[in-house]
Ligand binder design. Structure first.
Ligand code: FES
Length: 160
């Protein structure tokens, strides 16, 4: 299905692109806006960006496969990113990751059947001083333990 930016996002994109000498420089911003709107970077999203910013599909693919923040597949409504890098690992990051995995019955980069949750094991998210941490979409939950994870999952279910 064809992808078009919402009127609001198109305005944002036009504004961002106007700051650069070449449209192509707006590729990362264009991808991020598209992901916020669409949930992931589909082939149709790539085609729209390619046409608007005069950037090849191969170049776009290079960007989305390099930066892990771009979803290459549809993710859950609540995308849980659990850090297992050094600081988080030393403070229970793997136990938290395993707990979420078992609780939701999904593995890395998988989505629950109801499409509510997806899980991703991630490298450092810059919150080492408050390790361990997880991110739910754009929100960070820091200095957490298994009980906190339980509460977070419960509150997310209730938000739905
Ligand atoms: S190691 Fe987990 S946020 Fe840095």
């Amino acid at each position: 299905m064809e992808f078009k930016y919402s009127e609001e996002n198109q305005k944002k994109l036009d504004e961002i692109v106007s700051h650069y000498p070449h449209k192509k420089a707006g590729t990362m911003a264009a991808l991020w806006l598209a992901q916020e709107q669409n949930g992931w970077i589909s082939g149709e999203v790539m085609e729209e960006i390619s046409a608007q910013l005069e950037v090849t599909l191969e170049e776009i693919l290079g960007v989305i496969t390099f930066y892990t923040m771009y979803n290459k597949n549809p993710m859950g409504k609540f995308h849980l990113q659990v850090c297992t890098n050094v600081s988080c690992m030393l403070r229970g990051g793997y136990q938290i990751y395993d707990h979420v995995k078992n609780k939701l019955g999904i593995g890395n980069m998988q989505v629950t059947d109801d499409k509510l949750f997806s899980l991703e094991e991630v490298e450092c998210m810059g919150s080492c001083g408050t390790a361990p941490m997880i991110a739910v979409n754009e929100d960070y939950y820091e200095n957490i333990n298994i009980e906190d994870v339980e509460k977070i999952l419960e509150s997310l279910k209730n938000k739905n």
